[in-house]
Ligand binder design. Structure first.
Ligand code: ADE
Length: 346
């Protein structure tokens, strides 16, 4: 009991004085908390902030999200990556409107059954928005707890997440579960940091942390190495005709499904290959210029891209692409970050 008071009391005290001022902490609106948690799943806080504000302005309620046009949603999400997160948000919003009268359910299992909401997110929304007594164990929390308890289980395993979730529940204060979970996340994000040396002299748990006391900080947490990413080479064509540019809509399955891209081929092409490609597309007389190289890292794949800029006198039609105005790339068509390097030079 003594230890229970110490751990949660000292953590909450630290949190009260050190928590960051973040847009989704302004109030307890479950919709805002849900959107923020989904955005924060794979993306850093600083990167999320402007997206969050823009999203809330564009789609202030669950009803707006449930009926948003898919292209507009993709445009709002453009640059955040993992676009299925946005599609799942819309699907879940429809369920919330149809089955729960437009209110996020204050129930862990019901939250968990919504599209795109896993154990962590159900725990975060449940505790922060509704003060439910449930754990919310993300990568930040796993790192903190592995160090606190000197636990060398593999934190990438679901079993470890569940075990740590059960164990931390013993310390969750009845009156502030949401703050307790957020404090754990905050400690992991700002003190027990993911990259580089943790700031142990600022930690409220420095006197009880096993890794700190036993000099195990560099060994913990344990993560099994992931498989190396597959490398895919691409040649990206910037076909332009005055103010127009050719773009192609990706298929509705797989990576970046349904988003727009510059026409491209899944291979590195030399000058001869490019000439052949141009002949096949009836543009053998056009001028070409190298348009730089780009690299984009996804979770399991890396794209290594080389751009070719082709200036045409007439916008040659093809079933592989459509012509749009370059400025429409700004606010109409969602072009993923992978292609940003090429868009910039247009
Ligand atoms: N990362 C995930 N959830 C968060 C939250 N609510 N506040 C800050 N960072 C987070």
């Amino acid at each position: 009991m003594e230890q229970r008071y110490d751990l949660s009391g000292s953590l909450l005290h630290w949190y009260d004085y050190n928590k960051r001022i973040l847009p989704w902490r302004e109030n307890k609106d479950p919709y805002r908390i849900w959107i923020s948690e989904i955005m924060l799943q794979q993306t850093r806080v600083e990167a999320v902030k402007p997206y969050f504000d823009r999203f809330m302005e564009a789609l202030p309620t669950v009803y707006d999200l449930a009926k948003v046009d898919e292209d507009r949603l993709m445009k709002l999400w453009e640059g955040l990556g993992y676009y299925n997160r946005a599609r799942n948000l819309k699907a879940a919003a429809q369920t919330i409107v149809e089955e729960y009268g437009g209110q996020l359910p204050a129930d862990y299992d019901k939250l968990l059954s919504l599209k795109g909401i896993g154990m962590y997110t159900a725990g975060a929304i449940g505790s922060i928005a509704f003060e439910l007594q449930v754990p919310a164990v993300d990568g930040n929390v796993l790192r903190v707890l592995a160090r606190l308890w000197g636990d060398d289980s593999d934190i990438l395993k679901d079993k470890t997440k569940k075990a740590m979730g059960r164990r931390i529940m013993e310390f969750m204060p009845e009156d502030r579960p949401g703050d307790f979970n957020q404090a754990l996340i905050e400690l992991g994000a700002t003190v027990c940091v993911p990259n580089g040396q943790p700031l142990c002299d600022q930690c409220p748990w420095d006197t009880v942390c096993k890794a700190y006391k036993e000099d195990l900080i560099d060994q913990l947490p344990v993560k099994t190495p992931k498989k190396a990413r597959r490398i895919e080479r691409k040649t990206v064509f910037l076909l332009e005709c005055g103010e127009q540019i050719a773009i192609h809509k990706r298929g509705d399955k797989g990576l970046l499904a349904g988003l727009w891209e510059f026409p491209n081929e899944d291979k590195k092409m030399d000058a001869e290959d490019i000439k052949e490609w141009m002949a096949e597309h009836y543009m053998e007389d056009a001028k070409t210029k190298a348009a730089g190289k780009g690299k984009h890292i996804f979770s399991h794949v890396e794209w290594h891209m080389e751009g070719v800029r082709i200036s045409l006198k007439t916008p040659i039609q093809s079933e592989n692409y459509v012509w749009v105005l370059k400025k429409e790339l700004e606010n109409t068509y969602a072009l993923p970050s992978a292609f940003e390097i090429f868009r910039k030079i247009l």
